[in-house]
Write a protein that binds this ligand. Structure first.
Ligand code: SF4
Length: 499
């Protein structure tokens, strides 16, 4: 694989014209010649091989450095089916080698200044700092503890530079009053409902506003997708602001795709000031799914785990990524996507745990149609001691037609059992497929409600442009919020614009 897609493709265009010293170029060549064939090294200049079971993750088309995306499968990468999901391979090998806990370490985004250069000089610098004799003695010591400490003393500063300092432990949010209705209701132990609205394709907002007004009292948060399938629509934070203006509580979906770290931080600060407090960090669909002519596919500056880490630090420590102080930090309730049916439940649970460590306070999952499968995933989360640290909302969609059911089967990270396909097929023949889809959703919700208090805290409805069905599903599922009558007024007062 590395031979066909050499790392130099990932470099900024000016790199070939950079004047490097001969000795530096020699070292780079040497490192690439050794690490390329051995580990699939892409010369990212920010080496993290020992945390990834000695497989370079930079082959991932999304540039993910902290674990697989929600579309990962054992068969192949969902973006490019000519190659395996490199993160699946990393997880497989890590578990085989008993190194899976290394995968919990939150690794930094690339320092692009270093991309294309060698890491060996950094390693040698660390050895010199410790002292060659001491380092050699430590590495050859009979005590396993000394060996590990010396090894870590050399390599940890290389993968965790001063400006990042990630670790593998849980950082609970700093105690504070709930910052949103969604957070307040979850803390009160209510079984909540959030719902998704697809942003409009044009500047016409009347249909979206109608849906916001019709739905806002039934749900605790309205998600606005962020250019799903890498296809442009109205930006999610503009939709979020419209929702605030119409008395609803938005959940801002913000994807890593096509976003630089500066852009990301400034957008969240702006959104918080406009009254948007629930932020859902996602890696986003690959730009390879974008409509033609294909946009640039290599804008991979951050991943979802890094986004959560950055926002948690901005909120709790009042610091930008570059260390500048934020005098009035944003008030945020941080969420992430979870994917019970991607890769394997064991792998996904580890990935979810990492997101919780990084800062996720709530999860909205990908679509669930299989309750036993969901329970297997929950059990894996329980083994990782995650269930008391995060609120989980299970993704539900009412299937509108047999065609939609068949299409859902092909969506990465979604599993539709044969029994549901058969029901939809029979209903389609009888001419009532739409109603059957609603009944299936209601049955699933009723089963999911049984897990309230056992790890599940609500549902997240994804009606896929069928927004008008939300009030009916919420009412018939018996999930109308307790303070339903007062909700509109309460929500319109919830987030006054900050001065
Ligand atoms: S499936 Fe996702 S995580 Fe795996 S290699 Fe492809 S883009 Fe990366």
């Amino acid at each position: 694989m590395p031979g066909f897609t050499p790392g130099r493709r990932w470099q900024p265009a000016y790199s070939p014209f950079k004047r490097d010293r001969f000795v530096d170029r020699l070292l780079e060549l040497l490192e690439y010649s050794v690490k390329g064939p051995l580990f699939g090294c892409r010369m990212c200049g920010n080496c993290l091989l020992q945390e990834t079971a000695f497989i370079c993750p930079m082959e991932c088309p999304k540039g993910l450095r902290n674990g697989p995306c929600g579309g990962s499968t054992p068969e192949h990468c969902y973006v490019d089916d000519t190659r395996p999901c490199i993160w699946y391979k990393i997880y497989e090998r890590s578990f085989r080698m008993g190194r899976e806990d290394n995968l919990l370490e939150v690794l930094p985004p690339l320092d692009w200044e270093k991309v294309g250069t060698d890491t060996w000089r950094d390693v040698l610098r660390q050895v010199a700092k410790i002292g060659v004799k001491k380092a050699a003695g430590g590495l050859l010591s009979r005590s396993a503890e000394t060996r590990t400490a010396t090894w870590d003393g050399i390599f940890r500063p290389v993968r965790q530079p001063d400006w990042w300092q990630g670790d593998r432990v849980y950082h609970p949010p700093v105690p504070a009053e709930p910052v949103s209705t969604l957070e307040r209701r979850l803390r009160l132990g209510e079984f909540v409902v959030t719902s998704e609205i697809t942003p409009p394709l044009s500047c016409k907002t009347d249909k979206m506003i109608r849906h916001i007004e019709a739905t806002r009292s039934y749900v605790s948060g309205l998600n606005f997708t962020d250019n799903a399938s890498a296809t442009p629509r109205m930006t999610s934070w503009a939709c979020g602001q419209i929702a605030v203006a119409h008395g609803a509580e938005p959940v801002l979906q913000i994807s890593a795709r096509n976003r630089s770290r500066s852009n990301f931080q400034s957008e969240v600060i702006g959104a918080a000031v406009l009254g948007i407090r629930n932020i859902l960090c996602i890696s986003g669909d690959s730009a390879r799914l974008s409509p033609p002519p294909r946009e640039k596919m290599e804008i991979n500056d951050l991943d979802a785990v890094q986004m959560l880490w950055i926002l948690r630090r901005m909120r709790d420590e009042g610091k930008y990524l570059d260390g500048r102080e934020i005098k009035c930090p944003p008030k945020l309730f941080l969420g992430a996507a979870a994917s019970p049916f991607a890769s394997s439940p064991k792998f996904q649970a580890l990935r979810e745990q990492k997101k919780v460590h990084a800062g996720a306070q709530f999860f909205q999952t990908n679509l669930v149609f299989d309750i036993p499968g969901m329970e297997t995933w929950l059990n894996e989360l329980a083994k990782r001691n995650v269930l008391d640290k995060v609120y989980i909302l299970i993704g539900i969609t009412p299937i509108k037609s047999l065609k939609m059911a068949t299409m859902l089967k092909e969506v990465p990270g979604v599993y539709v059992p044969e029994s549901i396909l058969q029901r939809m097929s029979a209903a389609n023949a009888a001419g009532n497929a739409t109603e059957e889809g609603v009944q299936i959703a209601l049955e699933l919700i009723s089963k999911i409600k049984a897990y309230h208090g056992q790890g599940i805290h609500g549902i997240h409805l994804m009606p896929v442009a069928w927004d008008e069905i939300v009030p009916r599903i919420v009412s018939e599922a018996g999930l109308t919020p307790k303070d339903f009558e007062h909700t509109s007024q309460e929500q319109s007062n919830a987030h006054p614009i900050e001065k």
